[in-house]
Write a protein that binds this ligand. Structure first.
Ligand code: I3S
Length: 131
């Protein structure tokens, strides 16, 4: 029912295709490698599945590319900011830093779509606190 805890929790869940790249692994800088990825936000976990730039035919032959998570991020204790020009020349880029010091950039050409992701991720982080 609307207004219940369950309903609020459900409203935080989100899925879609985003461009993303990992820029740091527990503090160690990585070379950017942008790819398009099916992305799911559920229960305080953000999951990037293997990139969706392969053709549909290829995905049918290799279903694991659609179902194998490439990165699973625990949002508890994470921080989310809009990435500055120093981080990327792309528009609409979010920077997500996990508690273990790993960093990801998340991007979508649509401002409306990236704003919805910003809200969903920030709400999820906010609900889980920082300790
Ligand atoms: O921060 P950088 O090095 O300018 O990031 C760019 C590179 O990752 C580039 O790949 P190469 O290192 O193979 O040149 C990517 O193609 C660019 O997209 C990256 O910059 P943006 O500004 O798009 O994040």
């Amino acid at each position: 029912a609307p207004g219940t805890k369950e309903e609020k929790f459900k409203s935080l869940e989100k899925a879609g295709v985003l461009n993303r790249t990992k820029t740091s692994d527990r503090g160690k800088r990585l070379r950017k490698n942008w790819s398009s990825s099916w992305t799911v936000l559920e229960g305080g976990i953000l999951t990037f599945f293997k990139d969706s730039k392969h053709s549909a035919a290829s995905a049918l032959r290799h279903p694991s590319t659609l179902t194998t998570p490439e990165h699973t991020l625990e949002l508890r204790g994470a921080s989310l900011t809009w990435a500055g020009r120093d981080k990327s020349s792309k528009k609409n880029v979010l920077e997500l830093r996990t508690r273990d010091g790993s960093e990801f950039l998340i991007q979508h050409d649509s401002e409306q779509i990236i704003t919805a992701w910003h809200k969903a991720i920030a709400d999820s982080i906010g609900r889980r606190g920082s300790d």
